[in-house]
Design a protein around this ligand. Structure first.
Ligand SMILES: [Zn+2]
Length: 245
């Protein structure tokens, strides 16, 4: 087997398929990791929201206890009020009651505010909970899908890698080292078609001597500008009169 245009094209296509497979194998877990991080953030937000709700409920309880204490005090004062004989004392207790009722009014307002806030928090938590649950299902489904595909993709990739190794038999021994270096550096982009006398990797024209080398086939021809391994496109090959080389 020689390094003909069609052999090189085939090898290039195999490299590209392997790259696409590797990209897919890598992108699935990356996407999954991103979603898992987002899910963890949502779950953490839910924990924070629940904690904030607990705090608000504790605040409400305190205010209610405070209000009860104030009410008890006012009740006592009212009892005293009925018992006092002196007018000055009566006035003083009345003032005290008026003052305490004002304080109670403030606490009652705070209780109402806190209750309204708690209602809002409960509604927000319900939304967060359903979102987190749906998100959790989505991430689990994604993980199962990626795991089930990964096995088949790995098998496919192994087959392809073996196919590439076999197809690399067309590379002449004395150019094998440079071929390996180029593939290591550029991956699937190590090879490029020559179409209309230009390298399709860097779009720089190749010399007519190089085109002749490509028509004759056999050894490898490297682009003088970008270093890619060149092969003639099917159209260029047909135009050269060699047909399917
Ligand atoms: Zn080039």
């Amino acid at each position: 087997m020689a390094a003909t245009a069609s052999n090189l094209r085939e090898l290039h296509e195999m490299h590209q398929r392997a790259k696409a497979l590797r990209d897919r194998l890598g992108s699935g877990p990356r996407t999954l990791a991103t979603r898992q991080t987002a899910l963890a953030a949502k779950q953490a937000a839910l924990i924070d929201a629940r904690k904030a709700l607990q705090d608000a409920k504790a605040r409400l309880k305190n205010k209610e206890v405070q209000l009860q204490g104030q009410q008890a005090k006012v009740d006592d004062l009212n009892v005293k009020l009925n018992a006092v004989k002196k007018n000055e004392e009566y006035k003083a207790i009345q003032n005290q009651i008026a003052h305490d009722k004002l304080s109670m009014g403030k606490v009652e307002d705070e209780i109402l505010e806190t209750m309204t806030s708690i209602e809002g928090q409960i509604a927000a938590i319900a939304i967060l909970e359903s979102e987190a649950k749906a998100f959790e299902v989505e991430v689990a489904t994604m993980k199962a899908q990626i795991d089930s595909q990964a096995g088949a993709q790995k098998t496919q990739l192994d087959e392809l890698d073996r196919g590439i190794a076999a197809a690399e038999g067309i590379i002449p021994d004395d150019e094998r080292e440079r071929y390996r270096r180029t593939v290591k550096q550029r991956g699937a982009d190590a090879l490029a078609e020559v179409d209309g006398n230009a390298c399709s990797g860097c779009y720089v024209s190749v010399t007519s001597q190089m085109v002749n080398e490509l028509i004759n086939g056999g050894g490898l021809t490297f682009c003088k500008t970008c270093g890619r391994i060149l092969y003639l496109s099917e159209d260029s090959l047909a135009a050269s009169g060699r047909g399917r080389n």
